[in-house]
Design a protein around this ligand. Structure first.
Ligand code: DOR
Ligand code: ZN
Length: 350
């Protein structure tokens, strides 16, 4: 029997880029329409490195929500700090006491967009901070790719596990860790089998596409994100993980808006814009796997449980009706192209 209507507890997005200024204003309502909460990434220019900056950013997000007509309390941004070589343990204590900053993000320096201020040597430079995070229970959200440009771009996640993730978790076995935007079978096996408090987010694009999508009939910049799409065997492993009963895999869109001109460029930015149609994309992936019954746990339960916050009580309904993805959307003075623009998905939000 096919399911044509799916009502689930309102989901949360555990990995999101909201940007700032007119970009923030352009995208924030899309996330608030589908999700109750989101973990907001701190890779602004300059990065959000202190609690003071994080609280000021949160205020700007609240103002943008009100300006977009989103009622107070409908959507809660959960703030993060950007870890640098110069972060000190007191920053963590302040974050812990703030009640608003819920996690710290690790970008290996040079690994991705706005990561220049990131960490150069995690255990060498950040041990006191990691010790404090472990003690207060503050999660470390990890962009799990080595920045070493001599390593093949498709291997950077697997190499990161050996070079950074294993030594980190050996030194801090009780540190709460989220392996963000997991993209490989190696990553799935590591997270599934590791001892201790480890979880992972998975994006919609990594469930729906393999690396062929980037080169389908020509270069397709809107399918370029980091970590980059991998080969089919990895996509299959990610679908298995997301639709399994493991509590460790949950939803994080990594929706990463860039203006059209910066994507369709000689040196295009990394990032897929999925805030518009995130749940439609995930529903399509779960439906293709014959696992729609597992979508609620992945989208609405496991992330909240990992972060130790209540599950949402209101609901979201998806219906099996075609959703034609717009070819572009307004983005301040520019436009933005959503993932799979112009294509039709079999599910839409009711
Ligand atoms: O594709 C990506 N875009 N990956 C990242 O890690 C950063 C993000 C962004 O901020 O644009
Ligand atoms: Zn991201």
């Amino acid at each position: 029997m096919t399911i044509d209507t799916l009502t689930i507890a309102r989901p949360d997005d555990w990995h999101l880029h909201l940007r700032d200024g007119q970009a923030l204003q352009a995208v924030v309502a899309a996330t608030a329409r589908q999700f109750a909460r989101a973990i907001v990434m701190p890779n602004l220019k300059p990065p959000v490195t202190t609690v003071k900056l994080a609280l000021a950013y949160r205020e700007r997000i609240e103002l943008a929500l009100r300006a977009a007509g989103v009622a107070p309390g409908v959507f809660t941004p959960l703030m993060t700090l950007y870890l640098t070589d110069n972060t000190v343990p007191d920053d963590i204590v302040q974050a812990h006491e703030s009640g608003s900053v819920v996690a710290v993000k690790l970008y290996p320096a040079g690994a991705t967009t706005n990561s220049d201020a990131g960490v150069t040597d995690l255990l060498g430079r950040c041990s006191a901070v990691l010790e404090t995070m472990q003690r207060v229970g503050m999660p470390l959200l990890i962009h799990g790719e080595v920045a070493d440009q001599t390593i093949d771009i498709f291997d950077r996640e697997a190499v990161f596990i050996e070079r950074v993730m294993k030594p980190l978790r050996h030194a801090f076995p009780e540190l709460r860790v989220v392996f963000e935007h997991l993209t490989t079978k190696d990553g799935v096996e590591y997270v599934r089998d590791a001892a201790g408090p480890v979880a992972a987010t998975i994006t919609a694009q990594h469930l729906l596409y393999n690396r062929n999508a980037i080169f389908q009939g020509g270069v397709r910049p809107h399918y370029y994100c980091l970590p980059i799409l991998k080969r089919e065997a990895h996509r299959v492993a990610l679908v298995q993980a997301a639709t399994s009963d493991s509590a460790r895999f949950f939803l994080g869109t990594d929706s990463a808006p860039h203006a059209r001109g910066l994507k369709e460029h000689a040196c295009g930015c990394a990032g897929c814009y999925t805030a518009l149609h995130a749940m439609e994309l995930y529903a399509t992936a779960f439906d293709q796997a014959g696992k729609l019954d597992k979508l609620e746990a992945f989208a609405s339960f496991r992330g909240a449980d990992f972060y130790g916050v209540p599950r949402n009580r209101d609901v979201l309904t998806l219906v099996r009706e075609p959703f034609v993805i717009p070819t572009e959307l307004a983005f301040g003075d520019e436009t933005i192209v959503p993932l799979a623009a112009g294509e039709s998905l079999p599910w839409r939000m009711a």
